[in-house]
Design a protein around this ligand. Structure first.
Ligand SMILES: [Zn+2]
Length: 210
């Protein structure tokens, strides 16, 4: 069976199953959405946001790109962020990185990937790597070094979000706004929060980046 035929059949099965379990769900979804979280994750196929959070349709507003970057100069990214905070008024933003991230791995060196858009996109992560070169070089294990940069990248994205005017303006009027930096461990399926921002200067680091 061709892959697309399989997708369509699987979709039929999924829609039937979910209708059986929650007969009202599609009627409810038709009337609108009010997700509580904006999820900014990596495009990697091994990190399916809704599945790993066991979330139902309507619960998570999602943006994914290579290596879960915050991109203040891209309309695609900023329109998602703008809509999430100004219209949906989500209470939480999650930035989720993951172990063994191919995008971050490509940013471990200055060697071009040969893909113009990707190299441009990865430059900001390469900059995080340069700024933390000493710490990273002290980590002997290659996999641990990569996962450390994954964590540093997540923390940098949380910091960038917290300093955006859009976030400060929209969230200053509301109670307990929060941004969460998380890491997903592919090898165990577990998600861990490493960094939280609760407004103003309240950055909390919940574990070492490594
Ligand atoms: Zn990735």
């Amino acid at each position: 069976m061709r892959f697309v035929e399989r997708l369509l059949l699987e979709n039929q099965a999924w829609a039937s199953e979910i209708s059986h379990r929650s007969p009202e769900i599609f009627d409810r979804l038709k009337s609108g959405q009010s997700p509580d979280v904006l999820w900014i994750g990596c495009s990697d196929s091994r990190v399916p946001a809704e599945q790993l959070c066991n979330a139902a349709p309507g619960e998570m507003f999602i943006h994914r790109n290579v290596a879960n970057r915050v991109c203040p100069h891209e309309d695609g990214f900023m329109s998602v962020l703008e809509f999430a905070v100004a219209v949906l008024k989500v209470n939480h933003i999650v930035v989720c990185g993951h172990h063994c991230c191919g995008g971050v791995k490509a940013a471990m060196t200055d060697e071009n990937t040969g893909l113009g858009h990707l190299d441009h996109h990865l430059e900001a992560i390469r900059q995080v790597r340069r700024e933390n070169a000493e710490t990273l070089e002290s980590i002997r294990d290659e996999g641990e070094r990569l996962n450390h940069l994954v964590a540093l990248n997540v923390m940098e994205q949380v910091r960038m979000l917290s300093e955006l005017t859009l976030i400060k303006d929209q969230w200053s009027e509301r109670r307990r706004p929060s941004i969460h930096g998380m890491i997903y461990a592919l090898e165990t399926g577990r998600l861990q929060e490493i960094h939280r921002w609760d407004g103003d200067e309240n950055h909390t680091f919940l574990r070492d980046a490594g």
